[in-house]
Design a protein around this ligand. Structure first.
Ligand SMILES: NC(=O)c1ccc[n+]([C@@H]2O[C@H](COP(=O)([O-])OP(=O)(O)OC[C@H]3O[C@@H](n4cnc5c(N)ncnc54)[C@H](OP(=O)(O)O)[C@@H]3O)[C@@H](O)[C@H]2O)c1
Length: 233
């Protein structure tokens, strides 16, 4: 495997896939992952170029190292996977909370543990958080908690993995992402009212910000909101 490899965990659809597509378009070797091998293979085939798929479940962290055994040198590692969760404290679902915390904090960290010895010179890691870190909503208890946890994870990884750079991106609602593209117009209008730029951020803007964090060699330990100024409102 060449030294230009980009691994995107959670890239069968959504923001991870858009970023994987951009790097495949540049001619890089790209590894895309999802829970199932067949879906990861299909996404890799659709993305094209030097892209291949690997299936593993981040909520089963003991199995991750074996699944990544054939990934060799890595330049950029992106952790974008998520399972959406609505879990109010008043109706607390312990199993759902354990799954999301495991996926996002333990699973992400196990991927990094497995691949960090294979990171080449000028390598960087990008972790996806989200605006729910700072803008909670009813039912976001676990999501807000893990996104806060990601902030701490970035800080410790910068120290432990130096000179590999580690950054995090916290998108607001991405209007054209698969999760939100079909939301009712009234809901979209209400959300737009809360954004200083008068619209929701786009997948292309998140990809651009992701590439900035991965490729600019001065950026390290950053938690970057990509929200059009939502946090100022
Ligand atoms: N979209 C937004 O508006 C938005 C806003 C704020 C933050 N974010 C953050 O941005 C990141 C990407 O979001 P997105 O909306 O693009 O996600 P998405 O469209 O829901 O895609 C999630 C990806 O994660 C994979 N995945 C889910 N559960 C997994 C598991 N247990 N193990 C391994 N892979 C798993 C999925 O693959 P399979 O289904 O094939 O398993 C899929 O490729 C997430 O961290 C999310 O929290 C997004």
């Amino acid at each position: 495997m060449a030294n230009d490899t980009v691994v995107v965990v959670g890239a069968t659809q959504g923001l991870g896939r858009e970023l994987a597509q951009a790097y495949a378009h540049d001619g890089r070797e790209v590894v895309v992952t999802g829970r199932e091998q067949s879906r990861a293979d299909r996404a890799a085939g659709e993305i094209g170029g030097r892209t291949r798929g690997i299936g593993f479940d981040l909520a089963q962290p003991h199995a991750i190292a074996d699944r990544l055994a054939e990934v060799d040198a890595v330049q950029y590692l992106v952790l974008a996977a998520i399972e959406r969760d609505v879990n109010k404290v008043s109706e607390y679902d312990v199993d759902a909370a354990l799954r999301l915390v495991t996926l996002k904090l333990v699973g992400y960290t196990e991927v990094i543990h497995t691949l960090s010895p294979r990171m080449v010179d000028d390598s960087a890691i990008l972790i996806f958080g989200g605006l729910a870190r700072d803008r909670p909503y009813p039912g976001s208890t676990t999501v807000t908690t893990v996104n806060g946890g990601v902030t701490g994870l970035v800080r410790t990884l910068v120290v432990e993995l130096a000179p590999t750079r580690v950054n995090c991106l916290h998108p607001a609602i991405v209007g054209d992402s698969p999760q939100w593209v079909d939301m009712p117009e009234e809901r979209r209008d209400a959300l737009v009212q809360r954004t200083p730029i008068g619209r929701l951020v786009t997948m292309a803007e998140v990809v651009d910000a992701s590439r900035f964090l991965l490729e600019n060699r001065a950026l390290n330990g950053i938690n970057l909101p990509v929200d059009g100024g939502w946090l100022c409102m």
